[in-house]
Design a binder for this molecule. Structure first.
Ligand SMILES: C[S@@+](CC[C@H](N)C(=O)[O-])C[C@H]1O[C@@H](n2cnc3c(N)ncnc32)[C@H](O)[C@@H]1O
Length: 716
């Protein structure tokens, strides 16, 4: 980076440049010249420039910036009705609906009959009621905190970036030739308009040589080079802009360039600046930050699959990378942690991998098994022989192999084994007691437990973190994990969103106490403090992301297949075959699966499948999914009516579903599903004759709704 003579270009010239660019609809360049003009105090009509610039921002979708300018103008000129319309519209785009309403209302106070304002207001009100007051805000749930090890990564990335170097600009002593500069800028605008980026690039290079202090030009050139995928050159021009002169857009552009150059952590660094200095646009920067982070964390996980993960207004979302037909598989995945569901604890299964080890006695029931010799003979011959490996110390947990037993010990059981942790028995006892309560249809055990998932899942999670931290400490030659080791061990779980409204630490204080006891007294000087916050956070992580799954090939399946092949055997076995056999079901946390949002009209389904020889899950399409389309699953039973679906989702996951099915199905015949008109008590609205899940006040409303979306969800 060279230091050059500063030579300001006068404001009226900058204004003219801006107008030239505006006239050829190059609003980005126009805005950058208006910005330069606005910073020069000699300009007589400041609000006129802001007006021009806000229009450029508005036209290029930079609504927060446009809004900021409009507010400035309104301070000078509060009776500018059009300003309130623009402001309302910007805020609507920015989803700040309450303030949008305020702006429109102020405009309406000035001009009561203004139809544009009235329309804007109606639109905002409709959007507000659509949102149903949801509080889900993925940006506040996903922080910008660095990951352990990011510091070292940034240094490595910077060394690589330094090698790209900077642009050599000769020292200028002469005053820029404004006429020549204007000509060059006009040709930049023209070439950009014609889509000829090569010519635009060479004119910009010449313009920068003429007026190297014009960092707007460096920004525009870097942007063009970035679009042309010439990331290294783009980086060089972006680097020319000194830190204190970088605009919000430059921080964003710089981060994109770094991201393209595989300097993902540096990109995050630039985006932190963009968020910090973004003012009203901070949210925009925060979205880009999360998207960059999501790509850095998830692209390695999705390589070789047919999906990718991106960040949208609904947080992490999964998308198809190619068009897929119904029945296609998207990916398979193994769980990060698993725990057997409380209801199925009687069915023997491997505690480490989840393989079913159901015995013939458990399957047929003790009575049948003991009294029926033929069954016992068939079992002897055809039931797969499984050796059960118990934990050698506690004999409580069982495994399907020696390697699972060793794996379990290394991964978590050394913390949760009653031989080393006396308090774990309390948790086992609670699980058994709660199982009994659930058999009596009790879903909540006051103060002890209230969730559908087993509390053992929580214990597993903490135990795995401790075991990982111990491994990390050992690898660096330490004996006891320190804070950094713990942070590293916890890092992978940061991918799981934690969202909910109940204060579970207060709702189930007895479980909190049990967990505190289990994790307070660990050997080797290791501690895990289960604070209220830690408990709440982990509880919600599990509640929001858990998935039930089971061994796809439990022993009875091969028994049935073998027995069926022998008619004589089958004749005696078949009367005892169970239509709903007892299953050992597990709940698990899966990294990719946890990125899938819910839709009541989901396009994919979770299947039980083996992954590397162990029970896991596979995602299968339910209908054709286009490339780029979001992949959704259902968190609930979609056969329920709209009202039930909505309340289940709100109670369990804290959001109001806004999927197509929820939008284009109604609740009952008392209101029109399309226009929301209320029916009179003696004349309710007729239902859609096909699906009976939508009600309309007129055939006009029915036709409108059909076209708008009912068509896609109307099933016989
Ligand atoms: C398994 S996560 C799905 C991925 C999530 N978007 C993320 O960023 O991690 C489940 C959480 O995502 C949110 N979510 C899922 N589907 C949604 C939807 N249709 N509308 C709003 N929020 C949704 C809820 O907060 C839910 O608890």
């Amino acid at each position: 980076m060279q230091y050059r003579n500063k030579m300001a270009t006068t404001s009226d010239v900058l204004l003219r440049y801006g107008d030239d660019a505006y006239n050829v609809k190059d609003f980005d360049i126009a805005a950058s010249f208006y910005s330069s003009a606005a910073t020069q105090n000699v300009v007589s009509d400041y609000s006129e420039i802001l007006k021009k610039r806000s229009k450029c921002y508005y036209k290029t979708g930079k609504y927060a910036r446009a809004f900021d300018d409009i507010v400035e103008i309104l301070k000078i000129w509060p009776s500018w009705t059009e300003g309130y319309i623009y402001a309302g519209s910007c805020l609507t785009y920015l989803k700040d609906l309450k303030n949008a309403m305020l702006m429109y209302t102020r405009g309406l106070n000035l001009d009561h009959g203004n139809e544009v304002i009235q329309k804007g207001l109606l639109n905002v009100k409709a959007k507000l009621s659509e949102n149903g007051g949801t509080t889900y805000d993925p940006l506040t749930l996903c922080t910008q905190d660095a990951y352990p090890g990011d510091e070292e990564l940034v240094k490595m990335e910077q060394t690589k970036l330094d090698k790209i170097g900077s642009v050599e600009i000769p020292e200028f002593l002469n005053v820029p030739d404004t006429l020549k500069l204007r000509g060059l800028i006009q040709s930049v605008c023209k070439h950009k308009e014609d889509g000829d980026y090569n010519l635009a690039e060479s004119s910009l290079v010449a313009a920068i040589r003429e007026d190297a202090d014009n960092y707007s030009l460096c920004h525009v050139l870097a942007e063009i080079l970035y679009q042309k995928n010439n990331h290294e050159k783009a980086f060089q021009y972006c680097e020319m802009i000194p830190k204190h002169l970088r605009s919000f857009d430059t921080w964003i552009l710089g981060s994109k360039i770094r991201h393209a150059l595989n300097a993902h952590v540096s990109a995050e660094l630039w985006l932190r600046y963009a968020t910090k200095f973004g003012g009203k646009r901070a949210e925009e920067a925060a979205m880009v930050f999360q998207d960059v982070r999501v790509q850095r964390l998830y692209d390695p996980l999705t390589s070789g699959t047919k999906v990718n993960i991106r960040f949208t207004e609904f947080g992490r979302t999964m998308h198809c990378t190619e068009e897929l037909n119904k029945g296609a598989y998207l990916f398979r995945e193994e769980p990060l942690i698993i725990a057997q569901t409380i209801d199925t604890l009687d069915v023997q299964a491997c505690g480490h991998c989840g393989k079913s080890m159901i015995t013939a006695e458990q399957y047929f029931g003790q009575g049948v098994f003991r009294q029926n010799n033929q069954i016992r003979a068939a079992v002897e011959k055809y039931w797969p022989k499984k050796t059960v490996y118990s934990c050698e110390k506690c004999e409580t947990e069982v495994y399907c192999s020696k390697s699972c037993r060793t794996g379990a010990w290394e991964d978590y059981h050394q913390i949760l084994c009653s031989s080393t942790n006396k308090n774990i028995d309390k948790l086992h006892h609670v699980c058994q007691q709660f199982k009994k309560l659930r058999e009596e249809n009790c879903r909540v055990w006051d103060g002890v437990w209230n969730a559908a998932f087993s509390p053992m899942t929580l214990a597993q999670l903490w135990a795995r973190i401790i075991c990982d931290a111990k491994r990390i400490a050992k690898a660096r030659g330490g004996t006891t994990p320190d804070r950094r080791d713990m942070a590293k061990a916890k890092a992978k779980y940061r991918r799981f969103i934690a969202y909910g409204s109940a204060r579970n630490a207060r709702v189930v204080p007895k479980m909190m106490a049990i967990m505190r006891e289990i994790f307070s007294d660990l050997a080797d000087g290791v501690t895990m403090e289960i604070t209220d916050k830690e408990f709440e956070g982990r509880y919600f992580q599990i509640a929001c992301n858990i998935q039930e799954f089971a061994d796809p090939e439990p022993p009875y399946k091969s028994f049935v297949a073998n027995a069926k092949a022998k008619p004589q055997v089958w004749a005696c076995v078949s009367p005892h075959i169970r239509s709903e056999p007892p299953e050992a079901t597990f709940t698990g946390l899966f990294m990719l699966h946890a990125c899938m949002n819910h839709s009541c009209d989901n396009n994919a389904e979770v299947r039980d499948r083996f992954v590397d020889g162990r029970p896991g899950i596979a995602l299968q399409t339910k209908k054709t999914i286009a490339a780029g389309q979001e992949v959704t699953i259902s968190y609930i039973d979609n056969q329920m009516c709209r009202q039930d679906r909505q309340s289940w989702l709100y109670q369990s996951y804290n959001f109001w579903c806004m999927c197509t099915k929820c939008q284009f199905e109604g609740d009952d015949s008392t209101s029109c599903t399309n226009c929301k008109k209320q029916a009179s008590r003696d004349k309710l609205f007729p239902a859609c004759s096909r699906c009976h899940h939508a009600w309309y006040c007129s055939s006009h409303c029915q036709k409108v709704a059909w076209k708008k979306g009912h068509k896609s969800i109307c099933n016989k």
